[in-house]
Design a protein around this ligand. Structure first.
Ligand code: ZN
Length: 138
């Protein structure tokens, strides 16, 4: 599956990541149809990780459920989550893999270098993550 990411969604995700720096930020991604790679919207969530917020994220089940409801209310479908890596590359960590739902898109934004790095992953059943190509669309 190719992730087709709208430019305005990317802009919102990167702006969120910069606002939250040096903490990780997290949010929900919405797609136009089930199993589609078309990412058309994003919903910021609060990172409730208190001890190491620069190294990980935690979202309360209630906040996640409310954001998922907002996606459904907009006539869209939950695609997965995005989060930022303030000081690391956009490669997934073991904690990222363990928190990812099988089949969901997992977009990671790295602010480590001079150029923002964006990579997309998808958890597969055997506890690994496969990389998904990302294409920006208008
Ligand atoms: Zn991560």
């Amino acid at each position: 599956m190719t992730v087709r990411l709208r430019q305005q969604v990317l802009d919102a995700v990167v702006a969120h990541a910069r606002r939250g720096h040096p903490r990780e930020v997290v949010g929900l991604l919405a797609r136009s149809a089930p199993h589609s790679g078309d990412i058309v919207d994003s919903h910021p969530l609060l990172n409730e990780e208190r001890q190491y917020p620069h190294l990980g994220f935690l979202v309360s089940p209630g906040a996640l459920a409310a954001a998922e409801q907002a996606v459904h209310d907009a006539g869209l479908h939950v695609a997965g989550v995005y989060h930022s890596h303030p000081g690391r590359s956009a490669r997934w960590s073991p904690a990222d893999r363990d928190s990812a739902r099988v089949g969901d898109v997992h977009l990671i934004v790295s602010l480590r270098g001079a150029v923002t790095e964006i990579r997309a992953w998808r958890r597969v059943v055997d506890r690994t993550m496969e990389e998904l190509p990302v294409v920006l669309v208008a």
